[in-house]
Design a protein around this ligand. Structure first.
Ligand code: SR1
Ligand code: MG
Length: 405
């Protein structure tokens, strides 16, 4: 009997055995190398490689708690959602996600294409690398995965079946708590503010009741607007990149939610890369990097809008959705949500439990205080003024409004 007939959390040695038994990729006498390379907050990611043939594969396994904290008891089902969503996204946006080879519902793991010649975008941005094709690639991914899974395109009963299939209550609860609640009301006492900035954050975030009201409105929008099958965690740690290619990974938070959640995550995390580079000594700043990030923020919004309207023209099926003016109204709502989510993500990654390396790795105390405040001031405006934010330049103007003060 195979030892993989009952679930347990695998070690690297177990994964070698597993790969030989379950995959056709490796010879039974192959001397495989295996390392756990995950740096996310939830799962275990193993790279298995045969050095002789240079064949490799990624095996990703879910535990029943989150890596970041045992506080989070999680369904191991999330790997099923991840592998099914990756396969669907691969059809909707060809080439923009890794190939998934199989899903194992007993061991709660999946096997997928090894992207070892790619780098994680967050780390590459921290190192100030530029990727001229990123805006084009990510906006195609966003438009195709979002618009094509919405009621604008899908037959409505089929769309409701999708809403049912991709219900994801535990992972949604993490977002509801970490993004939409705890940065405003630290109900579980796990925020751990950067202490030199504590008083300022307590006043500007915990003390801003107008902000809390807007965050509450956004929270209920997130929970109740089953608009499209969203990725649900599209930060720069969920993107593998090379100069010529971009692959989106990790859609375990996917569910039917507001489109702006994905776009806003992309924008917020680009702005963290800007804040990181801006905080380092000028002598170590790569010429043109800050300008490239700014241009990319503008391009992501403006290319998204352009491709969205084009795709709407080509793919909309709902008769009322074809009414003159409806597509532009719908898009303006998506951009408004995007502005709010950009702000909410920026606040939660500085104030809440799951912080980002772009900010936490800023060693100079004054520079980190400054970076946090730049982001938080912009974030508050993005949330409060979201109805007035329409274009890529609007996003950038709000963000840079603070920098020139
Ligand atoms: C408990 S998980 C913390 C965060 O990591 C994931 O990547 C999501 O962003 C989540 O909010
Ligand atoms: Mg992830």
């Amino acid at each position: 009997m195979s030892k993989f007939e009952t679930y347990f959390l695998m070690s690297s040695a177990d994964v070698v055995e597993y790969a030989k038994e379950k995959l056709d990729l490796f010879a039974t006498d192959a001397k495989l190398e295996c390392a756990e390379i995950g740096d996310g907050n939830l799962n275990y990611v193993f790279r298995v490689r045969d050095p002789k043939t240079d064949t490799s594969v990624i095996i990703k396994q879910a535990g029943d708690t989150a890596r970041i904290s045992d506080d989070f008891k999680l369904s191991t089902e999330r790997i099923k959602i991840e592998s099914e969503v990756l396969q669907l996204e691969g059809k909707l946006a060809p080439g923009r996600v890794p190939d998934v080879y199989f899903y194992d519902g007993v061991m709660n793991c999946c096997a997928m294409e090894d992207l070892s010649d790619y780098v994680i975008l967050r780390q590459a941005l921290i190192e100030q690398q530029q990727f001229p094709l990123f805006a084009d690639h990510i906006t195609t991914f966003l438009v195709n995965t979002l618009l094509l899974t919405s009621d604008v395109v899908l037959e409505h009963k089929q769309k409701k079946q999708m809403v049912k299939k991709y219900i994801n209550p535990e992972l949604c609860e993490i977002t509801e708590d970490l993004v939409y609640t705890e940065p405003y009301q630290d109900v579980r006492g796990r925020n751990e503010l950067f202490s030199p900035n504590r008083e300022w954050i307590e006043r500007e975030i915990y003390g801003d009741t107008e902000l809390h009201l807007e965050a509450a409105k956004c929270k209920f929008q997130f929970m109740n607007h089953a608009q499209a099958l969203i990725h649900g965690d599209l930060h720069t740690g969920s993107v593998f990149i090379r100069l010529d290619d971009t692959k989106v990974i990790d859609p375990e938070f996917a569910f039917y939610g507001p489109m702006g959640y994905d776009i806003g995550n992309v924008i917020a995390n680009l702005l963290f890369a800007w804040a990181h580079a801006n905080a380092i000594d000028e002598s170590r700043q790569q010429p043109g990097f800050l300008a490239w990030i700014e241009q990319t923020v503008v391009e992501v919004i403006d290319q998204f809008k352009e491709k969205f309207l084009k795709s709407w023209q080509e793919n909309a099926t709902d008769v009322m959705a074809k009414e003159s003016g409806f597509a532009t109204w719908y898009l303006s709502q998506v951009i408004e949500d995007t502005a709010a989510v950009t702000g909410l993500e920026m606040i939660r990654r500085i104030v809440g439990l799951a912080k980002v390396k772009d900010i936490t790795s800023i060693e100079d105390v004054e520079q980190r205080i400054n970076a946090e405040r730049i982001c938080l001031i912009a974030a508050k405006r993005l949330i409060k003024e979201r109805a007035t934010i329409r274009s890529g330049i609007d996003f950038l103007s709000v963000f840079k409004g603070r920098v020139s003060q």
